[in-house]
Write a protein that binds this ligand. Structure first.
Ligand code: PEP
Ligand code: MG
Length: 963
């Protein structure tokens, strides 16, 4: 090797490589060979990840087979021209091919000395296995003989030819893969061979003849003999593979834009199947499951690359190669270590050893699990490879979810038989009903947890893998399709579990003589590779166990790294992070995960508890009558005050009657509130204590009332049973009364109905009861010496008058409680901004608010006019069809809802400088939305407790991206 990969200087974090130097406007094909490349690592968008990586390796003196990359720009031109490469690009390609032929002294299609090529896809963002590849291109009836003579192995030449015909026919000519595979299986059966490598030259010659005639039968045409035609067709097929269903599905899942396109890499073939000193393999510079710093990979002797990734033969661990091919092993280790230092990131590499000589075919940033990402980022800071800031950029916020993922319960698992052990391909735990096809996983996965069981997954299984809770495969190693994709999805996977005997047709799985039918429950431990019988319960992760005091931090290295990364986040982020929590247990978890307050306590959730439902029902059943009675009494009293002497006796009688008639419902209503008061007080006290003096935002009641009442159908059924009982039967009367209320409260659009502050406006007694519970609880906690900071939040405000009235109710109660209990509680009163009108009139509303909190769930619902509960029927189709870029309830619609938020912030702060503003809808835990909130200048985001670490990291990254 003439050059070495640049090593970073020690002592400080190294810099990114210089910006793209090789970019030439209008150039569509970039060459690499003879130790020099026209492209470089910064040209990912144009050359794709693979092309940029090959160029960078070539420039750094790494042994790479020469070739050229056709750009992603050419891919776009290809589609714009209706699936044809413009002539100018084709001519550029011809020139590059000629250059390659000159460099190697071999020519494509030359029967004497044939050049063979690989043609591979390579998008700017890695899409493992999603697009097509063709190997051994250039073989035909003449060149195969030339190859046989040159390599002195006719068997090798015909094995390569067989592979080429099979691949090309499938990918380019569209011949059904199963038909081609059936020919191979039949040939093996006839030759009594178990594996492909056992097929001799004669069998392979006959097999190629059979495959060629299958092509004729299926397509009505001969397999192309002309190597140039083969190349043009293969290149176009690789471009077209950008738009296969599976590639499009993968892009949707991973948010990769369709406009990127793929590059095509054409490279001279090197052969890992040239005999006992040849091999091929893949590897990682660190363990992609755990992040452990160990050289890690798999290889196969005398094989081609696709044999390793396709999981057809189970490969050997790379350590074994040290014995079989020691020199190549040492070189591989040295090169990949340097590559890792050069890129300052873990590399996923592919290599081939041709008769003892090492070639690197690819290097790229390794996909990794959340646990590995965390470990690698923190370790690399300790190793001086990364700055803390860069470490934060290396962990995707959503990956932290995996660190908090449950694992199989260690006690419960002892009661479940261990059936088999495979490779721990992707950590986590999963239990579910077994299914054998991707389609079934999607179908059944809608109703229950499923485990997808496959011999080996292929890119066609993506949808099923996504729908499954876990993945179990029989063949394939740690770098097989199943393993790589599952890790990327953060999904538990056990791969290469050789004890499985799968019968897909009969939908059965046999393990150690035992039969399991489709639908049987199995459990997977993705961290050990174990497969267990039944539905093993899961338990909290290491991090959660430490946080809840069940594990010592010193025994939890993952926790230590997690804490360090979180501390780095807190050094740089501006946005505060709070949690949505309604009960003390959730509040404690949120606090231990770093929540700096509660941003939303939904008090209606507290009302659902078993000890309160009867009181809530009584309250609802009597609310309307009690209100009418009160209004009536107030009206008569008013009349009485201004009445003449002659009118007074009549009015007095009327007043007595009103009090008598309304007495029962007023008593019941007030009685129910009195019962709820101490329960709510205890709830709030628990929250204040758990939050240790940080702010606690409590929202007044916001439920559609009918949700608390029994279901109409149930009442009707019960009434039917009581049909014969006397009209005066108290049970019958009670049911009839409840039924009447249920029918009265029925709403056609409950989400736009009697919700939010509308309830407190009509029944201010409810707001008063809640305010009293809050302030009495706060006073109790404050008296014990702990600080408390209640923030009372009024929901679903659309007009300033609503807020003004509710605020007045709360303030009256607050003053009353503080006077009575002789204490001072610092508090604020604010509002949700979740109705578009409130966002539009934010300046008016701000006059009555100490803070705003955007309820982006309702704001999205009402801005789009999409029902939160019903849009599942059409929204996925909208996203699939590209009408919307994604589900706006998951990631904020910055163009519509986002603009309302920006304007409300601006208007609110103009009316009241320094107004505190946060968000408490689901978007408060979504990294993309958090970036928007950072830009908009919000003060805090609030999300569910387990999203708090995700939000801390997302907030830190958002802050960094602005510097
Ligand atoms: C919201 O609408 O965003 C919100 C937080 O309130 P809820 O989800 O309770 O309606
Ligand atoms: Mg809401």
């Amino acid at each position: 090797m003439s050059k070495t990969v640049a090593e970073p200087k020690s002592g400080r974090a190294p810099r990114e490589p210089e910006p793209a130097a090789g970019l030439v406007p209008g150039k569509a094909v970039y060459f690499f060979g003879d130790g020099r490349a026209e492209g470089n690592a910064r040209m990912r968008d144009l050359l794709g990840g693979k092309g940029a990586g090959l160029a960078e390796m070539m420039n750094a003196g790494v042994p790479v087979p020469p070739g050229y990359t056709i750009t992603t720009e050419a891919c776009r031109l290809f589609f714009e021209s209706g699936g044809r490469l413009p002539g100018s690009v084709a001519r550029e390609e011809d020139a590059m091919l000629a250059r390659l032929e000159r460099l190697l002294g071999r020519r494509l299609g030359d029967p004497e000395n044939p050049l063979l090529l690989s043609v591979r896809s390579g998008a700017p963002v890695s899409m493992p296995g999603m697009m097509d590849t063709i190997l051994n291109l250039g073989l035909n009836s003449a060149t195969v003989e030339g190859l046989a003579t040159k390599t002195r192995s006719a068997r090798f030449a015909f094995d390569s030819y067989r592979r080429f015909v099979q691949m090309f026919s499938d990918v380019v000519l569209g011949v059904p893969r199963a038909r081609l595979e059936a020919e191979l299986t039949a040939a093996k059966k006839k030759a009594r061979a178990k594996a492909d490598v056992e097929l001799d030259e004669k069998t392979l010659r006959a097999l190629v003849r059979r495959l060629l005639s299958v092509v004729r039968e299926e397509t009505g045409q001969d397999f192309p003999e002309d190597a140039r035609v083969q190349l043009a067709q293969a290149r176009d097929a690789v471009f077209r593979s950008w738009h296969t269903d599976r590639a499009e599905h993968y892009r949707r899942l991973n948010g990769i834009p369709d406009t990127f396109g793929t590059a095509v890499n054409v490279q001279a073939m090197v052969f890992g199947n040239l005999g006992a000193r040849s091999a091929t393999g893949v590897g990682f510079t660190r363990d992609p499951s755990t992040g452990e710093p160990r050289f890690y990979g798999e290889y196969l002797m005398n094989a081609q690359g696709e044999d390793v990734v396709a999981g057809i033969r189970t490969p050997h661990p790379i350590a074994q190669m040290e014995r079989e091919l020691p020199e190549a092993f040492a070189e591989l280790k040295a090169i990949t270590e340097r590559l890792e230092r050069h890129y300052r990131d873990v590399q996923d590499f592919e290599f081939t050893i041709e008769e003892g000589r090492l070639f690197m075919l690819q290097t790229r940033r390794a996909a990794r699990t959340g646990i590995a990402a965390l470990r690698i980022a923190v370790d690399m800071v300790d190793e001086g490879l990364l700055s803390k800031r860069e470490a934060l950029e290396r962990v995707e916020p959503d990956q932290l979810d995996q660190v908090l993922h449950p694992v199989l319960d260690s006690t419960a698992r002892k009661r479940h038989a261990r059936l088999a052990k495979g490779l721990p391909a992707s950590p986590g735990a999963a239990a579910g009903a077994i299914v054998f096809t991707s389609e079934e996983a999607v179908e059944r996965g809608r109703k229950e947890r499923v485990i997808l069981v496959r011999a080996e997954t292929s890119p066609d299984d993506i949808a099923g893998m996504h729908a499954a809770a876990g993945i179990l495969t029989a063949t394939g190693g740690m770098t097989s399709h199943a393993a790589v994709v599952a890790r990327g999805m953060g999904k538990c996977c056990v791969a290469g579990c050789t004890e499985l005997q799968i019968d897909e047709a009969k939908r059965t799985l046999k393990i150690a003589g035992r039969m399991f039918r489709e639908g049987t429950f199995l459990s997977l431990d993705g961290s050990t590779g174990e497969v267990l019988e039944g539905d093993v319960p899961t338990t909290d992760s290491e991090v959660v166990r430490v946080l809840t005091g069940r594990l010592k931090p010193t025994q939890a290295p993952l926790f230590e790294r997690f804490e360090r990364l979180m501390a780095w986040c807190d050094e740089v982020r501006r946005l505060r992070v709070r949690a949505n929590a309604d009960v003390p247990r959730d509040a404690q978890i949120a606090r231990s995960l770093g929540a700096e307050g509660i941003g939303l306590c939904r008090t209606e959730h507290m009302f659902f508890a078993a000890d309160r439902i009867p009181h809530v029902v009584t309250m609802i059943l009597n609310a309307k009558e009690a209100r009418q009675a009160r209004l009536r009494i107030a009206r008569i009293e008013e009349e009485l005050a201004g009445a003449s002497a002659s009118e007074r006796p009549g009015l007095k009688q009327e007043l007595a009657r009103a009090k008598k008639e309304g007495g029962a419902s007023m008593r019941d209503f007030d009685g129910a509130l009195a019962k709820l008061l101490p329960l709510q007080r205890a709830d709030f006290k628990g929250l204040f204590l758990a939050m240790e003096g940080t702010p606690v935002t409590i929202r007044t009641l916001d439920p559609p009332l009918h949700e608390f009442l029994p279901k109409r159908e149930h009442l009707l059924a019960e009434l039917q049973g009581l049909r014969r009982s006397a009209k005066a039967d108290p049970r019958r009367q009670q049911i009839e009364r409840t039924l009447a209320r249920v029918e009265e409260l029925h709403e056609f659009n409950p989400m736009l109905g009697f919700r939010g502050c509308r309830l407190g406006i009509l029944h201010p007694e409810i707001t008063r009861m809640q305010a009293r519970a809050i302030f009495e609880a706060a006073a109790q906690v404050a008296k014990s010496g702990l600080p408390v900071r209640p923030e009372i939040m009024i929901p679903l405000v659309g007009d300033k008058e609503e807020l003004r009235r509710q605020r007045a109710e709360v303030e009256t109660v607050a003053q009353d409680v503080m006077r009575r209990l002789q204490t001072t509680i610092p508090y604020t009163i604010g509002t949700m901004i979740e109705i578009p009108r409130a966002a539009v009139l934010a300046d008016e509303i701000a006059a009555h608010a100490d803070f705003f909190s955007f309820g982006t769930n309702d704001l999205t619902q009402m801005t789009f006019g999409f029902s939160r509960d019903d849009c599942g029927r059409f929204l996925p189709e909208y996203v699939d069809a590209g009408i919307l870029p994604g589900d706006p309830f998951v990631s904020l619609d910055t163009r519509g809802v986002g603009v309302l938020i920006q304007r409300a912030c601006f208007a609110g702060r103009r009316a009241k400088p320094g107004l505190k503003i946060g968000v408490c809808g689901e978007h408060g835990g979504d990294p993309a939305s958090i970036a928007f909130f950072e830009q908009t200048g919000l003060d805090y985001v609030s999300c569910s407790p387990f999203r708090v670490p995700v939000a801390r990291l997302a907030a830190a990254r958002a802050a960094l991206s602005r510097t």
